[in-house]
Design a protein around this ligand. Structure first.
Ligand SMILES: C[S@@+](CC[C@H](N)C(=O)[O-])C[C@H]1O[C@@H](n2cnc3c(N)ncnc32)[C@H](O)[C@@H]1O
Length: 219
């Protein structure tokens, strides 16, 4: 069921994307293998993962109902990252990335404003309280992270970010904050209505770290 959904979803996405256009998709350590392979089956090209380093609530527990018998065992590692799939609609045969950039304005990822490349490990944070106070959605992602993704997604800063599962609109807000065009779709009317209020408020937030630097990695 999950597999069939994502194979079909990838087929539909490749119809809407320009050749060379990127897809960023949030996942978790359990499901990522199934989801990413289904997206490839549906026609997208796997380009790696973005590792959002953040403490999740997953794993780390002792075996259920036997905690005292096995005090030194965890059934799963404690979750310290969120894997985001990075996929691309294939570049037409015979085209290089440079051709794709010239013709379709896609194919690569935008470097940071300071000229450094976009990293595939991003030190992140739980969604701050002030953002949760604006948007009451159970899976709200932090602006500090989303603004980095939407910046990287359009290599020449041209084009449109589409979030087909926009929830309260945090990705759309991130795009608006960095002057990138975006459209969102949301199934539930209450979240859609919420997004109309939330987007301008999240987009207007000033963050401590601007986009000129990703949070420094320890190497
Ligand atoms: C993971 S949440 C996105 C949260 C969002 N990043 C935010 O910050 O609020 C996924 C959203 O997709 C919506 N959704 C689920 N199925 C959908 C569909 N078929 N079409 C559009 N939206 C859908 C859900 O209602 C939910 O709000």
């Amino acid at each position: 069921m999950l597999k069939a959904f994502f194979v079909e979803w990838a087929r539909l996405v490749t119809r809407a994307l320009r050749p060379g256009g990127h897809v960023f998709i949030a996942s978790n350590a359990y499901l990522s293998q199934t989801i990413f392979s289904s997206l490839v089956e549906g026609g997208l090209e796997f380009r790696g993962e973005i590792i959002r380093v953040v403490h999740t609530l997953r794993g780390g527990d002792r075996p259920k109902n036997a905690e005292k018998d096995f005090p030194d065992v965890s059934s799963l590692p404690r979750g310290c990252y969120e894997p985001w799939g990075l996929l691309r609609k294939p570049i037409p045969p015979g085209m290089k990335v440079s051709d794709c950039l010239r013709v379709f304005e896609t194919g690569g990822l935008r470097r940071l404003p300071n000229g450094k490349p976009f990293n595939d490990v991003i030190l992140s944070e739980r969604t701050p309280r002030r953002e949760r106070a604006i948007a009451d959605h159970p899976s709200l992602k932090p602006q500090s992270f989303l603004r980095q993704l939407v910046y990287a997604a359009l290599p020449l800063g041209e084009g449109i970010i589409a979030d087909p599962f926009m929830g309260s609109g945090s990705t759309i807000a991130a795009a608006e904050a960095i002057n990138v065009r975006a459209v969102g779709i949301e199934l539930h009317a209450n979240y859609y209505e919420m997004s109309r209020v939330v987007i301008p408020q999240l987009a207007g937030l000033k963050l401590k770290n601007d986009l000129s630097q990703q949070l420094p990695l320890p190497w």
